[in-house]
Design a protein around this ligand. Sequence first.
Ligand SMILES: Cc1ncc(COP(=O)(O)O)c(C=O)c1O
Length: 398
Amino acid sequence: MKYNFDEIIDRRGTATVAYEGQRKVYDYENLEPFWIADMDIKTPDFIIDHLKNKLDQAHFGYLVWKQDEYLNAIKHWYKTRFSVNVQKNDIYYVPSILFTVTEVIREFTKEGEGVLIHTPSYNAFINLIEGNNRRLVESPLIKTENGYELDKAQFEKMAAQDDVKVLVLCNPHNPTGKVWTKEECEFMKEVCEKNDVFIVSDEIHMDFVRSEKGFYSMTNQMKLDSPILVVTGLGKTFNLASLASSYMITKHRYFTLQFNRKLATYYGLAAANTLAVEAVKVAYTQAGDWVDQLNQHIERNMDILDDFIKSEMPEQLTFIKPDSTYLAWIDFSKSGFNESEVQKALQSVGKIATGIGNSFEISESHHFRMNLACSEEKLVNGLEAIKKSFTALSNNKI
Ligand SMILES: Cc1ncc(COP(=O)(O)O)c(C=O)c1O
């Protein structure tokens, strides 16, 4: 490999949420982080060098983000990576993914009305729906030996409810790593269209699809004024979560008008981040090779985890290797322990912070989520810590 994804980077003491944000979430301190979805992998040098050049200009006044170079870079990425022709006038810089998802919910539902999500779900969606006093409507994924599937009949029934006006689609899906097929996307689009349900498709994990099926973006389903909006950015792919590099793609002119008007005259949020715009320009024109190699590294880490569970902990854990994301959704139901016992063991014995299952699931959880965007060495230490934790649980040593 041309790039070294096994380099150990020490993010401790850098005000990184993965370390310094643990206190809000965990009962124990100083845990090795495998929880929040950012990477222990550096942003590639060619992006950093470009940003350094920009820094050397030493002026960061208000920016016009609508630049050809920025829009062409996004267009190029979609064309070369996903074979999609995105129109430049459908692309808009946005302050964040979750902000945009929330604005769709606020625009198309009233308080008390339903928002459809697939469960388990990315925890922030659950928080935003509840925090905005909307009704959370679940479409639970069906777990099969080969992965997670859409329950079409149930989805259709939920979407047909009168008060359900928005589907928040996580494409690819966090936390299961499911990649939605073209056929599933078409089905969801048709059902939503029939029932007047607006689709906001969060595609932030789009660059991590490793299966041969490839990534199917909801942008494929857009026609003029289609009630579909895709929101994504560089945050996950290039470890730039704090740089506000998100953008949306939509042909829904009414929403765009409302959204831009509110940004300027209601939120006062019209300014774009220069470094984020510059990062898009360089990443989306130069990083194809880097992203391919990063995916090979993650796939190898997924194999290491899979082998470890099969050979060392087959009686306690099950794991379906995901087609996408760098997140592993690990099932401990076979172990017979409940979530609070498992979390206590992982934190107090293993000294690791994993994603807590019940923040992603509405009913009782038997899962934890593990972030594999790290070096092999860190992963292997984490796996030993998991084994030690379950051994202590089995021996009543907690
Ligand atoms: C599916 C998904 N959407 C959005 C985000 C965060 O996006 P942002 O920080 O741009 O709001 C994450 C981060 O984990 C995520 O997994």
